[in-house]
Ligand binder design. Structure first.
Ligand code: 13P
Ligand code: SF4
Length: 313
């Protein structure tokens, strides 16, 4: 077992030698966020993956995120330090089900949340994240849009568009964000009346309604920088609080539920990150037809607008 300082030095050295970049999602362990070149939400990480000139991308996030980086970089090596880091919500919508719904609703366009399997993306018209779902759905030239796999994000998005959104499957959900409940949110709001309440749109509509601000992980982070509040109640995976606390040392961040932990996101450790760089493992490899078809849907999303990247340090 290597010491943490030793590991950090080794990771930095090998990263330079191999011209690698480390991307980390906002839910990663603090030490992974701290060593990463970029920390962000799904949209920012996709943009970063699309723009980097590094030769190797080491993706500390769940598999659909690393797959998106691979889809955008067919000529680069994309590595994921622990290949068991899967998103259970993405698995709720297999490609076969997307094809089934396409046949059932031939008049509708299909938008898939980036939290979906690469093969499922190959059968959709566009991909979106929680940061741009309204924008992408408004760009569809159909009145009805099939949206999956998150039925909560589908409902949240439908409230901000004139389109009719049909969630596919009807009850897809994130097992972490489903843990927040309205009663607990109201109890916390009563206990801390001065607090600003934030929620991720993967939470239920009841929880979102109890929040002052709803947005993707980086939108919440930016709101914490913008706001004058000195106390925040945060309804999302607890990993985001590390970044918020680092940036706003004058404020207090209270998790709306302290057991809201995505175990898949936490699988990456410094040791695994180091081994990933040394042995160039585990490469994300997808069939070429999936790469090609899914890329069209992801690129449609990235054409939407420029999102400035947030540097970690
Ligand atoms: P963001 O795109 O907001 O970072 O969300 C990703 C995710 O997996 C939320 O559970
Ligand atoms: Fe998937 Fe939920 Fe984990 Fe995000 S928090 S990666 S949606 S299981």
């Amino acid at each position: 077992m290597r010491s943490t300082t030793d590991l950090i030095e080794k990771i930095q050295k090998i990263k330079m030698e191999k011209r690698a970049i480390i991307l980390a999602h906002n839910y990663q362990r603090p030490e992974i966020q701290d060593i990463a070149d970029f920390v962000g939400d799904s949209l920012e990480l996709s943009l970063c993956a699309a723009q980097t000139d590094a030769e190797i991308i080491v993706f500390c996030g769940v598999k659909f995120m690393a797959e998106t980086a691979a889809i955008l970089n067919p000529d680069k090596r994309v590595l994921i330090p622990d290949r068991n880091a899967l998103c259970p919500m993405a698995a709720m919508l297999p490609a076969e089900l997307v094809k089934f719904y396409r046949e059932k609703h031939p008049e509708a366009k299909i938008v898939l949340y980036i939290n979906s399997l690469a093969e499922a993306k190959a059968y959709c018209d566009a991909v979106c994240t929680s940061a741009n779902s309204v924008e992408i759905i408004n760009r569809m030239d159909s009145e009805i849009v099939l949206f999956g796999p998150d039925s909560n994000l589908a409902g949240y998005t439908e409230n901000s568009t004139d389109k009719r959104i049909i969630p596919i499957p009807p009850f897809g959900f994130c097992p972490v964000h489903i843990l927040f409940n309205r009663e607990e949110m109201l109890r916390l709001k009563e206990a801390y009346p001065d607090a600003e309440v934030m929620a991720h749109p993967e939470c239920t509509s009841e929880v979102c309604r109890a929040a002052d601000f709803v947005g993707s992980t980086s939108k919440m982070y930016k709101e914490s920088l913008r706001s004058d509040a000195k106390r925040f109640i945060v309804a999302t995976e607890t990993g985001l609080l590390h970044r918020m606390r680092k940036a706003r040392r004058d404020a207090v961040f209270i998790p709306a539920y302290d057991e809201a932990v995505c175990v898949n996101m936490k699988l990456h450790t410094l040791e695994k990150l180091y081994l990933s760089l040394v042995h160039e493992r585990y490469p994300v490899v997808l069939p070429s037809w999936v790469m090609k078809k899914a890329r069209e849907a992801v690129e449609f999303m990235l054409e939407t607008r420029e999102t400035p990247l947030t540097k970690t340090h």
